[in-house]
Design a protein around this ligand. Structure first.
Ligand SMILES: [Fe+2]
Length: 180
C-alpha cells in the first residue's frame, strides 16, 4: 500500500491541506520510527508504523478546521473515527485503529461520556505497541498551518495534557520512559 497515494485521493496535491497533512505525517513518522528503534524487544512492525503515521490524520478534511484548510462539517475531534472509516473501507482496519486511538493520549469511554464528546462511547486508547508509538510521536508536532513546524518539548506536552487529568500525564510519561 502507498500511503501518499491514498492521501492524494482526498487532498488535492497542490493544496495547503495536502502540504500540512503530509508534512505533519512525515514528522510523526520520523519520530515514531526513532521511538520504535528504542524498543526492539517489543518487535514493532516498522513498515506499518511508517505508513500508519502518514495516514493517522487522514480524516481531517471532513472537519471544519479552516486553519488547516479543511472545510468539512464535522467537529475536529471526530477526525480519528472518520479516518478509521476511510481506511476500513480501503481494507486497512489496523491503520484505521491508529486513527481512532491517537487523539490526545487516547480517550476512554468514561472520558468521552464525562466530557460529552461527540464520539461513540467506546475505549479509544492505544493498545498495540505500534498504536502507542504513533500516539506518542504525534504529541510532539502540532498542525497549526504555520510554515515552521517545530518539535514540542516534553514539558510543553505535559503542560498541555495536565488539564485533562494526571492519568493522561502519567500515560505520556510512561511512553517517554519507554520510547524517548
Ligand atoms: Fe497527528
Amino acid at each position: 500500500m502507498d500511503a501518499v497515494e491514498i492521501i492524494g485521493r482526498h487532498y488535492a496535491p497542490a493544496s495547503k491541506s495536502h502540504r500540512i497533512l503530509l508534512e505533519h505525517g512525515r514528522l510523526v513518522a520520523e519520530k515514531a520510527l526513532a521511538a520504535a528503534a528504542r524498543v526492539p524487544h517489543l518487535a514493532p512492525d516498522l513498515a506499518f508504523v511508517e505508513s500508519a503515521a502518514l495516514l493517522h490524520d487522514i480524516g481531517i478534511f471532513l472537519t471544519d478546521s479552516p486553519v488547516l484548510d479543511c472545510h468539512g462539517r464535522e467537529p475536529y475531534i471526530r477526525h480519528g473515527i472518520l479516518g478509521r472509516e476511510i481506511l476500513e473501507a480501503l481494507g486497512l482496519p489496523r491503520h484505521g485503529l491508529v486513527c481512532e486511538r491517537h487523539v490526545g493520549v487516547g480517550l476512554s469511554a468514561e472520558d468521552i461520556r464525562r466530557s460529552g464528546l461527540p464520539l461513540p462511547e467506546r475505549d479509544m486508547r492505544p493498545v498495540t505497541v505500534e498504536e502507542q508509538i504513533i500516539c506518542y510521536a504525534d504529541k510532539f508536532f502540532s498542525k497549526n498551518g504555520s510554515d515552521t513546524p517545530c518539535e514540542k518539548s516534553v514539558a510543553a506536552i505535559v503542560a498541555s495534557l495536565r488539564p485533562y487529568g494526571t492519568d493522561k500525564v502519567e500515560r505520556f510519561m510512561g511512553w517517554v520512559e519507554l520510547f524517548g
